[in-house]
Write a protein that binds this ligand. Structure first.
Ligand code: HEC
Ligand code: HEC
Length: 367
């Protein structure tokens, strides 16, 4: 068992290495294996599907309030999980999520998986927030978090990697240290430093640490103009616009409750990503119940279910006026209300939205 785990770990390292060559320093195999410490990253990949729903498949999250875990020290991730378990660090969402990890082996494997990923990108450009960089050095953040926030060269896993982290998240953590909401730093340094930083300084440092190079300009393909052959018959294309319906099904609930199940966040984050990519479509959220209970009660409950989905979407910065909620009580069952599994399927929220799809069709191309 142990041996086979080692072999699997080695395979992951190999494949990570291939990607690493394309990225930056910080991802050579020795560094990766130091980050992983104990734990099996291959097993961790499967065990972390729930975590990936928020923290991203490779540990790069799309939401600025959710931290990147890509290439973070495995030992630091473990320590934070322990802090969430013990309650010395709390967060309305993450505390519940940490609670879903119930075995030590799983915690080590999950931490190893995120540690094994190519490190969160930090790409300051020459004119990128000089002030933030200066403050980072003056306040000696560098002595613990290392050059550019990439960790200490001695590979000391006590100090988290913060270069390449989301700005909003960094500011929130510094605020939490300042107010002792997060009181986990055993060295006692973070609360003291956070209190010393002004709001403007905090912003500048966080801005520097979250630097990302703007993407390379996309080369626009120049059409190759071929000489017109007089006998050629022109092709005429027409662009058709059609609404492509999309539906997310199966965000289920416990009997008589409108509280979202943990697993629902994962589906909803897919929707959040969609809503952020396409800023126009209206999102119809329809709540349903099973047939138990009175019609009146079910009308209320189904609406409450739709409302809790709406509340979560708003929390993720989706504009409230794009979200329409409706409760359909038990009027549209999708399964048999006489069975337990049927009823569970019926207690759900369906989300309908559509995207405009462009298709090009050839109208004429006569011989
Ligand atoms: C529903 C979204 C969500 C899911 C799912 C989730 N997390 Fe989190 N996680 C968060 C948020 C939000 C924070 C930031 C908490 C804060 O602001 O203090 C966080 C913070 C963390 C941190 C602290 C990172 C740091 O840099 O200090 C770790 C570690 C972590 N999560 C691990 C996990 C693991 C492991 C799982 C899977 C068991 C998981 N998370 C699932 C939302 C989520
Ligand atoms: C003496 C060492 C030390 C110095 C100096 C230091 N830090 Fe930290 N920092 C830590 C430790 C240790 C933690 C982890 C605390 C914990 O959660 O237990 C931490 C955590 C953090 C976090 C939270 C990271 C995360 O992923 O949640 C941020 C942000 C941070 N430090 C920023 C800074 C900044 C900015 C400075 C300079 C103003 C600084 N630190 C200086 C030791 C240090």
């Amino acid at each position: 068992m142990l041996i086979s785990n080692k072999i699997r770990t080695a395979t992951v390292l190999m494949s990570v290495l291939l990607i690493a060559n394309l990225s930056h320093a910080g991802d050579d195999p020795i560094e990766i294996s130091q980050r992983i410490s104990s734990g099996d990253p291959v097993a961790g990949k499967e065990k972390s599907t729930l975590c990936q729903g928020c923290h991203g498949e490779t540990g790069i999250s799309i939401m600025p309030n959710i931290p990147n875990l890509a290439g973070q020290w495995g030992a630091y991730i473990m320590r934070e999980l322990r802090d969430f378990w013990s309650g010395s660090r709390t967060d309305p969402i993450m505390t519940d999520m940490a609670g879903t990890v119930t075995s030590m082996t799983d915690a080590f494997d999950i931490s190893a998986y995120f540690a094994s990923q190519p490190q969160m990108p930090f790409e300051p450009t020459t004119n990128d927030n000089e002030e933030g960089k200066r403050l980072y050095i003056i306040y000696r953040c560098i002595s613990c978090h290392g050059e550019e926030g990439r960790g200490r060269p001695q590979n000391n896993p006590i100090f988290p990697i913060i270069g390449g982290q989301h700005k909003e998240y960094l500011i929130k953590q510094l605020d939490d240290f300042r107010t002792s909401m997060r009181d986990t730093d055993m060295s006692g340094t973070m609360p003291i430093l956070a209190k010393r930083l002004s709001a403007a300084e905090t912003d500048a440092i966080a801005d520097y640490l979250s630097s990302k190079k703007p993407p390379d300009p996309v080369e626009v393909a120049v059409p190759i103009i071929t000489p017109v052959v007089t006998s050629a018959i022109p092709e005429i294309w027409k662009t058709l616009l059609s609404d492509k319906p999309m539906m997310i099904e199966g965000t289920n609930f416990v009997t008589d409750s409108a509280k979202l199940k943990i697993i629902a966040y994962q589906q909803l984050n897919g929707l959040v990503e969609f809503a952020k990519t396409y800023s126009e479509p209206v999102i119809n959220v329809v709540g349903h119940t099973d047939s138990t209970g009175t019609v009146k009660h079910n009308e209320k409950l189904s609406l409450a279910r739709a409302e809790s989905v709406k509340a979560y979407l708003i929390k993720q910065a989706i504009a409230a006026d794009r979200i329409i909620v409706k409760g359909e009580a038990a009027n549209s069952p999708i399964a048999d209300n006489k069975t337990i599994t049927g009823r569970a399927k019926n207690r759900r929220v369906e989300i309908r939205t559509s995207i405009r799809e462009e298709t090009k069709v050839l109208v004429t191309n006569l011989p």
